[in-house]
Design a protein around this ligand. Structure first.
Ligand code: NAP
Length: 335
């Protein structure tokens, strides 16, 4: 059993806990919150017994007597919280994007090289889904890959707060937020997992008054094709995502949720090739991470592939926002 603790008391942490418990590989033993009252309230809201689960308010108490931590704090806090976990010998499962810039990622790599028994996972849940693997395999059947259009744009409940004059973390540069570093991560991850790291990138954002991006279009340039990525938090899109062959096209209803995958053969025939998805979309990643933690030697190759992918994604996110002149306060910090 992997004894784990959590950082973050929002709904996503609850979803990860339920996924982790469903795999039967994990046991929740600690909940971290900045305040005892909020931590206790979160614990009592879980649909499980609170016996044997401690609420703590310091990272040093959290990182004692646990094997792994799941980190779902605002993006700008991921780096310091991950670094402290690695130093304490605790495996890290950190929400995407795991870092604010490539310097932070490099510092994480350095910390891991000094703690070789610690695993570090960026929780990009969609690439662990069977339907993502089906898309990847089906791409191999395309006569000639011609690029893709990948879309993930959803009106955020936090945008109401923004319109009311508030500064929700996820829509501020102070917390390394904005559309690209939130929903944009999903299609960028998919693009790099499917096509590799791009040769060059360009990002055209629609900026909010506070300088963060509310929506945008990114172009990833490859030798023979482009991938267009559309994402945002201030409007809803119902466009599907598409991967192009010559006449053939692979489509998915949503590149982050992957409810459907369809192969269009170019003659007008459409074949639904996707599987039914789990009710909880975090079960597959929780299982994959547990397999590595439980047997790192046998699973080393896929672990290092995920790590390299995370590195490329974090670099690409940075290159994209640099191309649009978006600077985060985290960029000015010494690591
Ligand atoms: N995989 C997915 O599907 C998915 C979905 C949603 C979000 N996420 C990711 O999960 C992470 C958290 O997102 P979120 O929307 O839940 O963030 P959030 O609500 O802004 O903050 C999450 C938690 O962090 C703590 N926190 C909030 N403000 C803080 C501050 N100023 N300083 C220190 N701690 C603070 C709070 O816990 P306490 O008050 O208890 O300390 C809060 O519950 C992000 O990286 C996001 O990208 C992933």
């Amino acid at each position: 059993m992997i004894k784990f603790g959590v950082i973050g008391t929002n709904w996503i942490t609850k979803m990860f806990i339920e996924a982790a418990i469903a795999t039967k590989d994990y046991e929740l033993v600690k909940v971290y919150s900045r305040t005892m009252a909020k931590g206790e309230q979160f614990l009592s809201s879980l649909s499980m017994s609170a016996d044997g689960i401690d609420v703590v308010t310091t990272l040093s108490d959290l990182y004692t007597d646990i094997d792994a931590v799941y980190i779902a704090s605002p993006n700008a806090l991921h780096f310091e919280q991950s670094k402290a976990a690695i130093a304490a010998g605790v495996h890290v499962i950190v929400e995407k994007p795991s870092t604010s810039n490539p310097e932070e990622f490099l510092a994480i790599e350095q910390a891991l090289s000094e703690h070789k028994d610690v695993c570090y996972f960026e929780a990009a849940r969609h690439i662990h889904q069977p339907n993502f693997k089906i898309m990847q395999q089906t791409m191999g059947e395309l006569s000639l890959v011609q690029g893709a259009t990948l879309v993930y744009q959803k009106y955020s409940s936090r945008f109401d707060a923004y319109l009311a004059g508030k500064e929700p973390n996820v829509l501020t540069r102070e917390f390394s937020g904005g559309a690209l570093y939130d929903l944009g991560v999903y299609p960028i991850y998919a693009a790099i997992a499917l096509f590799g790291a791009p040769q060059a990138v360009q990002y055209l954002p629609t900026l909010l008054d506070n300088g963060a991006d509310g929506r945008g279009v990114a172009n990833l340039f490859y030798d023979d094709f482009n991938v267009t990525v559309i994402f945002g938090k201030n409007a809803n899109s119902y466009l599907s995502s598409e991967i192009y062959g010559l006449k053939e096209t692979i489509t998915t209803s949503n590149i982050a949720e992957l409810e459907t995958v369809t192969y269009h053969d170019g003659e007008g025939n459409a074949d639904d090739i996707g599987e039914r998805i789990d009710e909880n979309p975090m079960i597959c990643e929780a299982k994959d991470f547990a397999d590595v933690i439980n047997d790192p030697n046998s699973n080393y190759i896929k672990y290092s592939q995920w790590f390299q992918l995370a590195k490329q994604v974090n670099q690409t996110l940075f290159d994209l926002r640099s191309s649009a002149g978006i600077v985060f306060p985290a960029d000015q910090k010494e690591n």
